[in-house]
Design a protein around this ligand. Structure first.
Ligand code: C2E
Ligand code: MG
Ligand code: MG
Length: 811
């Protein structure tokens, strides 16, 4: 049998008889340990110090009476069960005490010991229950108030309770703002439930389910929408049934979910391939773009390492450095070659990022890449366009200069020679002009192929533009190696070209320079070769010339000359000399040729042979030519006005003037300005002008002739024109070149030629002038053969204007 500890009962009773009776009765039933106090003071002392399970309290004590006694004891020991012990006439007081918080009451003299015992037991029991209930209520209230979730109770849809968190969640000021409001009013108007009329907020709690939470959107007092989760359960609130709602703010979770959804969408739809691998670099996930680029399905690669993509184009060191960088800096970006499922190798722009946890431990690697094949191709095309000639496919000037620099660097390092050939095609322009550009292009293409056929694999053939080509000969051992190649080129280019049924003949003029013999650097080499090429052209074309230091000097002189020439005109350095032309029969003055001179401030008088070519090359001849006409016309006009003997003025014209813009109209206009009549002037033109046979020059001849001016062909016999050819043009005079005249008395061939020219010219109704007549024998020969006019030192040298005036005065 279980031993129950005795109940420690304090009996407060001032009547010894009553006290004795109770003591006896309780002794009989057993289980009580009774202490007796006769006054309130003694009772209070006892309950303060001694453990007591219950008190049996008489309210009428010597030192206290009635309800005051109850209050005093309750104050001293609030947890102590109290049973009131009252007289028969005082039963009212007993009931009153129970209302005041006492557990029960007994009426003196009523009931047996069992009633007393039960009453005390129940009092203790009831008190314990009350205590537990209060504690549980306190605990509950604490939980509700401290809960991180909002808790609301409602009855029939009207809020009856709200905890602090609910106030905060809904941005209300205090709980009473919520209490009394309809709970449906808390639902945000955009909530899905607001539309269909049901909501976990208003549903009966059994529909919500105690365990499962449902989502809802609430509207805060400030209008902001708050996503929440709601769970509900039925409760009794203030004695009546109600519904308690636990509401959790899920804003953060929603944002995180949104972020994840966004990331997932990007992952799925981006054009960049994405590959996520774990810390051990095993592939965890790939996106559709990855499949598009590599051809691998997710199943093909997940669980494997990215090695399966490697192209083999990068060595171990490359990957080692890449991973070193990723693990060091956290990121790597660059161009890499990978292999598709098909085996095709392709370039990609790859960026790898290490994803770490809070402690810095790598969790994952994210690799993002895009296929840059097209970009690469574009770059390649641009690079090609920047470096290669579109027509021939040969390196252009840019790449040529680069190759030449490299060749020179190698040459310097290895002590070998580098040969540079500068090639200009002879007569290319003629083909281009006569057959047209399409054929010209075709010819250049074919010429390029022939050039390539003349060199070794390691050599470079480049096209600088137009019909200019270069050849770089690497690592040659002597200059003659370059000469061998040049000879081959001259021979190869010299063979006829078949151009769609047309046969074209061209040639190659080549200048050669050798590193390090002639030049220390590429720029000088190029200049040297160019110069040597010009010399090759000058000396009859279709051949090659090595660069010599003298060429350099000449070039320098020419450059200075060019510079000076540009300024000579406005510095008034030109003057015109006049040489008489004599009628052979009468030996009287018939005409005078204007011959230009350049009085150079340092170099003295420069003859036309030394500067006309340069003036033509630079185009300055146009201005000089205009000045000569104006000055000579004005002078002759002045002499005529002065009444000096009349003569016909011959003015030399360069073919360049006509080709580059001196129109017939302007020529005539200049003449008219001077006031001279057209028949006072003859233009001496070269065979070159006529041979060009272009529309412009032919028109020019006709218009000038139509205007009444004379036209004579100068230096006849030195070019390739034939007299019968000249018939086509409106000419009136032919000047036999002085090189024939000087030999007519010594060289029978020249004599025959001169005689034939005179005869033929006459048959074509042309007059003939013999140039450079220095001796009487020459004069006699020309006179015998009917030459109409003569010009030469025998009759007078070219004279400056003042001297020529004296000459005019003297005849
Ligand atoms: P060209 O038109 O044949 O002129 C005749 C050249 O023969 C002149 O040389 C003249 O001085 C020279 N000469 C005349 N008689 C004799 C002689 O008996 N013996 C020798 N040995 N020579 C004689 P120049 O003045 O030096 O002119 C050379 C060339 O320069 C000219 O040849 C002409 O083609 C060109 N030239 C001269 N002046 C002009 C000009 O104003 N405009 C243009 N475009 N060219 C000019
Ligand atoms: Mg002349
Ligand atoms: Mg002449």
């Amino acid at each position: 049998m279980l031993h129950k500890p005795a109940i420690r009962l304090l009996m407060v009773e001032d009547n010894p008889g009553d006290a004795r009776l109770i003591q006896v009765m309780l002794q009989d039933v057993g289980g009580f340990q009774v202490t007796w106090a006769e006054t309130l003071a003694a009772a209070l002392d006892h309950v303060r110090d001694k453990p007591t399970d219950a008190v049996l309290l008489d309210l009428s004590l010597p030192d206290s009476h009635g309800m005051d006694t109850v209050r005093a004891v309750r104050k001293a020991a609030p947890g102590l069960p109290i049973v009131i012990f009252t007289g028969l006439d005082d039963e009212e007081v007993g009931l009153c005490a129970v209302q005041e918080g006492c557990q029960d009451y007994l009426v003196k003299g009523q009931g047996d010991e069992n009633l007393i015992r039960r009453t005390i037991y129940y009092a203790i029991e009831r008190k314990a229950t009350e205590q537990a209930l209060r504690e549980s209520e306190d605990r509950y209230r604490g939980l509700v108030e401290l809960s991180p979730d909002a808790i609301l109770a409602h009855r029939d849809g009207i809020v009856v309770f709200a905890n602090r968190q609910a106030v905060r969640l809904l941005a209300a000021a205090k709980a009473n703002d919520l209490v009394g409001r309809p709970v449906a009013g808390l639902i945000h108007p955009e909530s899905a439930f607001a539309v269909d009329g049901t909501s976990p907020l208003t549903d009966p709690p059994d529909a919500i389910g105690e365990a499962s939470y449902r989502e809802e959107a609430l509207q805060r007092y400030d209008g902001v929408m708050v996503p929440v989760e709601v769970g509900g359960s039925p409760i009794v609130f203030e004695g009546r049934p109600a519904v308690q709602l636990v509401i959790r703010d899920i804003t953060e979770r929603k944002q995180a979910e949104e972020g994840l959804r966004l990331a997932a969408t990007v992952f799925q739809t981006t054009n960049e391939a994405i590959m996520v691998s774990d810390a051990h670099n095993n592939i965890k996930a790939v996106n559709p773009a990855f499949t598009r680029v590599t051809g691998y399905m997710p199943d093909d690669v997940v669980g494997k390492t990215p090695n399966m993509l490697s192209s083999g184009r990068h060595d171990a060191e490359f990957y080692r450095q890449m991973w070193h960088h990723i693990n060091d800096v956290g990121h790597w970006e660059g161009e890499i070659w990978n292999r598709r499922k098909t085996g095709e190798v392709f370039p990609e722009w790859l960026s790898i990022t290490a994803i770490r946890d809070g402690d810095g431990k790598v969790l994952e690697y994210a690799a993002v890449f895009s296929d840059i094949t097209k970009r690469k191709q574009d770059e390649e095309r641009i690079r090609y366009q920047a470096n290669y000639d579109a027509l021939t496919g040969l390196p252009n000037r840019t790449l040529f200069l680069d190759r030449l620099s490299r060749a020179v660097i190698t040459g310097r390092r290895e002590g070998t020679m580098v040969g540079l050939l500068f090639i200009d095609l002879d007569r290319f322009k003629v083909v281009n002009d006569t057959l047209g550009h399409a054929f010209g292009d075709m010819l250049l293409e074919k010429a390029a192929k022939r050039l390539l056929g003349c060199v070794r694999e390691a050599d470079t053939v480049a096209r600088l533009g137009g019909d200019e080509f270069t050849v770089i000969l690497r690592e040659i051992h002597r200059g003659s190696d370059a000469a061998v190649v040049a000879e081959q080129i001259v021979e190869s280019i010299g063979k006829p070209f078949q151009l769609d049924g047309n046969e074209a003949f061209i040639g190659a003029s080549i200048g050669i320079t050798i590193y390090p013999n002639d030049a220390p650097d590429p720029a000088t080499m190029l200049r040297n070769a160019d110069m040597a090429m010009y010399k090759a052209k000058e000396s009859g074309r279709n051949g090659y010339r090595f660069f010599t230091p003298e060429m350099d000097e000449q070039a320098l002189t020419r450059m200075t000359l060019e510079h000076d020439l540009r300024h000579a005109l406005h510095r008034n350095e030109f003057e015109i000399h006049y040489q008489p032309i004599i009628d052979t029969e009468t030996e009287k003055l018939s005409g005078a040729e204007a011959l230009v001179r350049w009085r150079h401030p340092e170099r003295g008088l420069i003859m036309p042979a030394d500067f006309i070519q340069v003036a033509e090359d630079t185009g300055v001849i146009l201005e000089i030519g205009d000045w000569i006409m104006r000055d000579a016309f004005k002078q002759v006009r002045a002499w005529r006005d002065e009444g000096l003997p009349l003569f016909k003025l011959s003015v030399n014209l360069s073919s360049i003037q006509v080709k580059r813009g001196l129109t017939a109209m302007r020529t005539v206009a200049i003449l008219q300005e001077s006031g001279l009549p057209p028949d006072a002037v003859t233009f001496e033109i070269t065979e070159r002008l006529i041979m060009g046979d272009t529309r412009e020059s032919v028109d020019w001849l006709h218009q000038v002739e139509a205007a009444g001016l004379g036209l004579s062909v100068d230096d006849f016999g030195t070019g390739y024109s034939s007299l019968s050819y000249l018939r086509k043009f409106p000419l009136d005079t032919v000047k036999i070149d002085k090189s024939f005249v000087s030999d007519v008395t010594t060289d029978p061939d020249d004599a025959r030629l001169a005689a034939a020219v005179i005869a033929l010219a006459h048959s074509l109704d042309l007059k003939v002038v013999g140039e450079g007549v220095e001796t009487l024998e020459q004069l006699a020969f020309l006179r015998t053969h009917g030459c109409d006019y003569v010009q030469g030192y025998l009759f007078g040298r070219p004279m400056d204007a003042a001297t020529f005036r004296q000459f005019l005065l003297s005849i």
